[in-house]
Design a protein around this ligand. Structure first.
Ligand SMILES: Cc1ncc(COP(=O)(O)O)c(C=O)c1O
Length: 442
């Protein structure tokens, strides 16, 4: 397989300039420099071509520079760039009507638009407090909800998100996420592990720590993203919904990463037959234009004028990009995510049988996690191998992104064809073989 000379001279020069003027806090994994992209392919300034299996962290739902999205952006930009959230415009209303149509609950949805995922989560936190007049929450270990002062209090995937930033927003109690590959709570006979976690919340947290009737909301990713692309067992969400109803708690589904068609349904929570009260969205909602949304049942979004707002909310360019994105997903990419997702999952499970380091393969649609271990019996995480797979992938023309302790997340654009999937998977398996060789596993 052809090894690229990366980063090439132009990429290296740009990275040197970047180091001088850009905040060092960004978690760059490897030195890819973007020049341009088309669909699932991207090129760096030295002319190297890559297959993109990470979509700018699960953002480019319709692929790079989708012509319909680009045209929608151009048309909107020619009309006006901004008017502020103090006024009204067609695109904003149309997008909110669309979000009402696709919201994962029967009740009419009201939407607050933001510029990012974290801001959508902040909105949900404030709304839950305002609506319930309570100030405590349940969050999950491994969760990622953003890095601003409210959302970061829930984020619990890595300690560096908290180190140096205490005190965080008070009132968040974390519990284990139902990880079927690595359960840490004891399951009772006949119990689904998701039900075990919900029982833990009621019997341990509510009975010993925070009273259930003082909890405003449970904030949860229907498929945990940054924590390792973890799919909860089927019993989890039905049990959680029941618990929330019992104590008058709002169920907040953070679909920033798992939503907007990534799993083959509009929202990942739809796989579990449960309706949340509030949904947060961002990333794939506008194919790369900055946009987030806090979508709530109308009976929940009851706050009044002035309680919450922002300058850029309802930006016309982002709204236009989002409407075009939703139409494309409706017409073809939602179905494609299911079909090509199943194809990829099968292929990866086949790869798992031939490689000693692949402990687990899981996912829904085009949200797939591959977890690497030192030994399939002990399941000891193999972080070093995961990092090598990422690096060798890059050197051979594939963009990958890690998550969890030793997981690669596969989150390609939802327009991925089987042919492109094959090309990327071939590089993936080659990178994996090199890494296993390097560790003496094969
Ligand atoms: C589930 C989830 N929530 C919230 C966020 C924060 O989004 P942003 O980075 O746009 O603030 C992310 C980002 O990765 C996420 O995955």
């Amino acid at each position: 397989m052809n090894k690229l000379n990366v980063p090439g001279p132009k990429a290296r020069a740009l990275i040197e300039r970047d180091k001088k003027v850009i905040s060092a806090s960004y978690p760059r994994g490897y030195p890819f420099v973007m020049d341009h992209g088309k669909g699932v392919e991207v090129w760096d300034p030295d002319g190297n071509r890559f297959i993109d299996f990470m979509s700018g962290i699960a953002v480019l739902s319709t692929g790079h520079a989708n012509p319909r999205v680009v045209k929608a952006v151009q048309d909107a930009a020619e009309k006006f760039l901004h008017i502020s959230s103090d006024f009204y415009h067609e695109g904003w209303v149309r997008l909110s009507e669309k979000l009402d149509e696709i919201a994962p609950f029967e009740e009419t949805a009201k939407t607050f638009l933001t510029n990012s995922g974290t801001e959508a989560v902040e909105t949900a936190i404030k709304l839950a407090k305002f609506r319930t007049k309570r100030h405590n929450f349940i969050g999950f270990f491994g969760a990622f909800h953003g890095r601003t002062m409210g959302s970061v209090a829930f984020t619990a995937s890595k300690p560096h998100y908290h180190r140096g930033f205490y005190p965080l927003m008070p009132g968040v109690t974390h519990v284990p996420f139902p990880n079927p590959y690595r359960p840490i709570l004891e399951r009772r006979p006949g119990e689904d592990y998701g039900e075990t976690v919900v029982r833990f919340i009621e019997e341990e947290i509510f009975d010993h720590n925070v009273p259930g009737d003082e909890i405003a909301g449970v904030l949860v990713e229907p498929i945990q993203g940054e924590g390792g692309y973890l799919v909860p067992p089927d019993g989890f969400f039905p049990a959680l919904r029941k618990l929330c109803d019992k104590y008058g708690i709002l169920l907040i589904a953070d679909e920033v990463q798992s939503g907007m068609g990534r799993t083959g349904k509009w929202w990942a929570i739809e796989h579990f037959g449960v309706e949340p009260d509030i949904v947060t969205s961002a990333k794939g909602i506008a194919s790369g234009m900055p946009l987030g949304a806090c979508i709530a049942r109308e009976s929940v979004m009851t706050w009044h004028k002035g309680t919450h707002g922002n300058t850029f909310g309802g930006n016309p360019i982002s709204c236009a990009a989002s409407i075009a994105t939703i139409e494309l997903l409706e017409e073809q990419y939602l179905t494609n995510a299911t079909e090509v997702g199943e194809y990829m999952l099968d292929a990866l499970q086949e790869i798992q049988t031939c490689h000693p380091s692949v402990g687990d393969v899981r996912g829904k649609g085009l949200m797939i996690g591959v977890e690497f271990v030192k030994d399939k019996t002990t399941k000891e995480p193999n972080e070093a191998l995961r990092d090598m797979v990422e690096k060798y992938g890059f050197q051979h023309g594939l963009l990958l992104l890690g998550c969890g302790r030793s997981v690669i997340r596969l989150a390609p654009p939802l327009c991925l064809t089987r042919k492109e999937a094959d090309e990327g998977l071939k590089i993936f398996e080659y990178a994996l073989t090199l890494a296993e060789h390097k560790q003496g596993m094969i």
